[in-house]
Design a protein around this ligand. Structure first.
Ligand code: CU
Length: 220
């Protein structure tokens, strides 16, 4: 093979690899929509989320996911939401998934919320012993704000919702808590239960993907 051929082949292979890399990056960066919440007349912000064990459609139908309910009541497949700064945020999470005992008991503790508490189906709790009952399905955690709330799981033998958006006719737990939003910025939030079934130690796939088990709270 002549030098010119080697150079040509090298250049072509490089161009193909570069094009593939661009396609991959564009796919990875193609981010889901942001749901915008503003304060209601009482000066508080109500954010409603749900978790589902399998999203049921789209590019990853088997993946576990969060969804965000827009203020007009529509469920949006995203983990990006926007709230005003220095405002009381009331979070309601409809948890439709099963769970397991936690590897890290620390994330079974409620931390960083107003009063240091959350409610599970209306009852105040501080910690979930994940080795009892149904275990923990997911957490809602904003590490930079010290916020962590475990979501008690549903009975895995119940007829659980397997396609989002789930409705309250399916078995669910309702977890509620409040916190005060900080100053402007993008605050990453995520689940700390390794719930990426079928991935190494459960920590890849949906656990590393915005729109599933990772997101951003945008404070403006
Ligand atoms: Cu999770």
């Amino acid at each position: 093979m002549s030098l010119a051929w080697k150079v040509t082949v090298t250049v072509i292979l490089f161009a193909v690899a570069a094009a593939a890399a661009v396609v991959l990056i564009v796919n990875l960066l193609g981010s889901p929509p942001t749901v915008d919440f503003s304060a209601d007349s009482s000066g508080q912000v109500n954010v409603t989320l749900q978790t589902v064990g399998t999203y049921g459609s789209g590019s990853h139908p088997t993946w576990v996911s969060y969804l965000v309910q827009s203020p007009d009541g529509q469920w949006v497949h995203t983990t990006l939401f926007q709230v005003p700064q220095h405002m009381r945020i009331n979070v309601t999470i409809y948890q439709y998934d099963s769970g397991s005992p936690l590897r890290n008991q620390q994330v079974g503790m409620v931390q960083g919320t107003l009063g240091g508490v959350a409610t599970l189906n209306g009852k105040v709790f501080h910690v979930i012993n994940s080795n009892a009952g149904n275990g923990v399905g997911h957490t809602f955690s904003i590490p930079s704000l010290g916020i962590n709330v475990p979501l008690y799981a549903n009975n895995p033998n119940a007829n659980l919702c397997a396609a989002a958006p789930c409705s309250t006719s399916s078995p669910h737990n309702i977890v509620q808590f409040s916190f005060v939003s900080p100053g402007p910025g993008d605050y990453p939030w995520q689940c700390f239960v390794p719930c990426g079934l079928g991935y190494l130690y459960g920590n890849a796939g949906p656990m590393q993907t915005v729109g599933y088990m990772d997101g951003f709270m945008k404070v403006v």
